[in-house]
Design a protein around this ligand. Structure first.
Ligand SMILES: Cc1ncc(COP(=O)(O)O)c(C=O)c1O
Length: 407
């Protein structure tokens, strides 16, 4: 049972399920009711292993972002695969993970109000001191801050809960979304945090979200080096003033093979690599290696929306049962798998229209098709569970326990 905390009351919330739900018998893809979110488990595990091995060769570790999958079962696999911990975008996402025994957890969005800091303090007080995964000196729970107000409110909540909370300073390295400016403003915040006895400043977070989908690899590399260079300078500035930091965390799937070369970077917050999506598959990859020259060569698609062709009001198109409620609108289109020469168009909330440009095989009413979503994170957030496909069969469902946890 977790509680929602407001200034003067606690609202009881029933426990979420996170354990696999066994089906009465194995079912094939053709029996899955559509639209459905299907995970190719072998492809997902290959992606996981590739990232772990790549980072290990560079002397780095992953702190994967669970905002991609929102599923404790998958987070546990990432931890068992060598991750140093798990990132959560929001406090409620962290509650769902900690409740399922997942940790160490880092909340990557700053907190500033009492309702959130009180929840943070309660998670910190209850988090398993020996979480699963490989043994590290990571505290079981950490949260980022980017303001003096946030630090002071969090310190008060920590005191009333009787805990010391580990924090990182979130730096704005160019995204303009969250974070304190690098340099002097970050130093001032660091000084304030170190005055607050109930907070322990462990390091910095520098996530350059605005660069993740820069198409050209060399351009992305140059800009990411410049952005993260500001974080490195800030770390040095803090050290010059006697504030030593252990952690410099950041990066994402778009810069994993760039930011890993930065000596000061301790861990990478990669998320989408696990599933890959249409937006990531088409960005340029490093010029080393073989074709294709896009990121599609680094990781395989492992997440699919399974849809059914349900109507054909005119020739040249066929309608499927997956619209914006199955895959949210994005600038990039979902990719239709299994049949080439077909283009997906959103056709409202419930439907998608496939434009049959030059289909490599006919699509008939009742046919099932797999689509690679444009953007994996908001797609996952629309479903209650995954249908994990192993050897062509689904034997259990995996709850997406942190679905809707955007608080
Ligand atoms: C703070 C932070 N870190 C890491 C990530 C993971 O990025 P990606 O899914 O591009 O790997 C995100 C994604 O939005 C993020 O907001």
């Amino acid at each position: 049972m977790i509680d929602l905390v407001t200034r003067d009351m606690r609202l009881p919330i029933h426990p979420r399920s996170w354990q696999p739900i066994a089906l009465e018998r194995p079912i094939s893809v053709d029996e899955i009711p559509t639209p459905a979110l299907v995970v190719d488990v072998a492809a997902m595990e290959r992606n996981l292993d590739r990232m772990t091995a790549f980072l290990a060769a560079k002397g780095k570790v992953a702190r994967p972002h669970s905002k991609t999958h929102k599923c404790p079962i998958i987070a546990r696999r990432q931890l068992e695969g060598g991750a140093i911990g798990i990132c959560c975008a929001k406090v409620s996402e962290a509650e769902a993970m900690v409740e399922a025994g997942v940790g160490p957890v880092l909340v990557t969005s700053p907190v500033v109000t009492f309702d959130k800091t009180a929840r943070v303090a309660r998670i910190a007080a209850g988090a398993d001191p020996k979480p699963r995964g490989r043994p590290t000196n990571e505290p079981p729970f950490t949260v980022v801050l980017d303001s003096r107000l946030g630090a002071e409110v969090l310190a008060r909540s920590a005191e009333s809960e009787g805990v010391r909370i580990s924090v990182l300073i979130d730096l704005d390295v160019g995204t303009g979304r969250t974070g304190v400016a690098p340099g002097q403003p970050a130093l001032e915040l660091a000084r304030r945090i170190t005055e607050l006895g109930s907070l322990e400043l462990r390091g910095l977070q520098a996530y350059a979200g605005h660069l993740m989908h820069v198409d050209d690899f060399e351009d992305r590399r140059a800009r990411s080096r410049q952005a993260l260079g500001r974080a490195v300078e800030t770390r040095r500035l803090l050290a010059e003033h006697g504030i030593l930091t252990e952690v410099l965390t950041g990066a994402g799937t778009g810069t994993f093979d760039i930011d890993c070369d930065l000596e000061e970077m301790t861990d990478l917050q990669v998320g989408s690599y696990l599933f890959m999506d249409a937006e990531y598959r088409c960005i340029g990859a490093s010029s080393e290696g073989t074709e294709p020259k896009t990121l599609a060569r680094a990781f395989e698609p492992a997440l699919f929306v399974l849809a059914t062709a349900i109507s054909q009001p005119r020739s040249g198109t066929i309608t499927i049962d997956a619209g914006a409620k199955a895959m949210p609108y994005e600038k990039t289109r979902p990719e239709v798998c299994d049949v080439e020469g077909v283009r997906y168009h959103w056709a409202g909330d419930e439907h998608g229209i496939l434009e049959l440009q030059k289909p490599s095989r006919p699509i008939e009413l009742g046919d099932r098709l797999r689509l690679i979503p444009a953007h994996c994170d908001p797609t996952v957030n629309l479903y209650d569970f995954y249908w994990p496909l192993v050897g062509g069969e689904v034997r259990e469902l995996w709850p997406i326990s942190a679905r809707g946890c955007s608080q």
